[in-house]
Write a protein that binds this ligand. Structure first.
Ligand code: PEP
Ligand code: MG
Length: 314
């Protein structure tokens, strides 16, 4: 089946009724970038930049960021590349932040408390990514003021280098971001839903817990959050991507398509399966399914709906 799917890589990522769902890649390394291009992904929806620096002893320098980024960008000239800034979240804190983190908080507040380090990364992204269709994405955004602060640092770095400032997007992966989506969307160039963290946050699950699987994104409380985010972002004329692992989950894809998510960003190794899944679906059926799912009160009810629409293959 894998071989058969490989031969279908040049088919459009489109539903049977002609609705395009853009397929992008989640990557971290030059090899991933190569795989994303081979799998005919429309560029990169999530480049995770913290992974080379999880054991860092200090903030990565401009030179260190550049050295990590250049070989990745080299594979992606002319393509959309969405670079996420350092996501030093709870489960990804390098040694030098483990104590400081207590005082400074986590994630984005931590970065905003270190504006020089943040600016070094922006400068490296802008310089190394100049030949790509660059977008910058901020993880763990809670409110619009944070995104505005990021925008100011990015604009300043771009002006210093003499390049135009690229679109700046917000990841929605905290319940606060869902609550503040109207104000965030007013500041943002695009929205990307981090369904891994968002699902755990909404349902009170631990990310290391096996029950925190992508399948849980089908919980109606999570679906209602995604629906609100998509509707509001679209009202602001923004595209919405989903870059958590739910975007590769067979049963969740019809729900995401039905909720009108524009882009699915997935591991390159999953792209063939996701494209085939999208091609097997009718958008009108997905929209009806999603509407029914939003009215459910338990995930079991959502699963029964899914079984009725698309029985799990034997
Ligand atoms: C997410 O939270 O869904 C996400 C894409 O980010 P990460 O998995 O890197 O936390
Ligand atoms: Mg996340």
């Amino acid at each position: 089946r894998r071989v058969e799917l490989r031969t279908q890589r040049d088919l459009a990522s489109q539903t049977s009724d002609g609705h395009t769902v853009v397929l992008r890649a989640n990557i971290a390394t030059p090899a991933d970038a190569r795989a994303a291009v081979d799998a005919r992904c429309d560029g990169v929806g999530l480049l995770r930049t913290e992974l080379p620096f999880l054991d860092a002893a200090t903030w990565p320098s401009f030179g260190q960021h550049t050295a990590a980024l250049v070989p990745v960008f080299r594979q992606l000239a002319g393509r959309p590349v969405t670079v996420r800034t350092l996501d030093y979240a709870d489960d990804k804190l390098p040694p030098f932040l483990r104590h400081e983190g207590q005082q400074l908080g986590r994630g984005l507040p931590l970065m905003l408390a270190a504006p020089e380090a943040f600016t070094d990364q922006f400068r490296a992204i802008l310089t190394a990514g100049a030949a790509t269709d660059l977008r910058v994405m901020i993880p763990m955004v809670a409110d619009a003021a944070e995104l505005r602060a990021c925008r100011e640092l990015l604009d300043k770095a771009a002006a210093e280098i003499g390049v135009t400032s690229p679109p700046l997007g917000a990841m929605v992966e905290l319940p606060e971001a869902v609550a503040n989506i109207d104000q965030i969307a007013a500041e943002a160039g695009f929205i990307s839903i981090g369904s891994n963290d968002l699902t755990c946050q909404i349902l009170g699950l631990d990310r290391r817990d096996p029950a925190a699987a992508p399948a849980m994104t089908a919980h109606p409380d999570v679906l209602r959050a995604i629906a609100a985010v998509v509707t509001t972002a679209h009202d602001h004329g923004l595209q919405v991507s989903v870059c958590g692992d739910a975007a590769t989950h067979r049963d969740v894809i019809p729900l995401l398509v039905g909720l009108d998510c524009d882009i699915l960003s997935v591991a390159p190794s999953a792209a063939d399966e996701v494209r085939a899944r999208v091609r097997s679906l009718a958008r009108t059926r997905c929209a009806a399914l999603a509407a029914d799912a939003l009215a459910c009160s338990t995930i079991e009810e959502v699963r029964q709906l899914l079984e009725a629409v698309a029985p799990t293959p034997a």
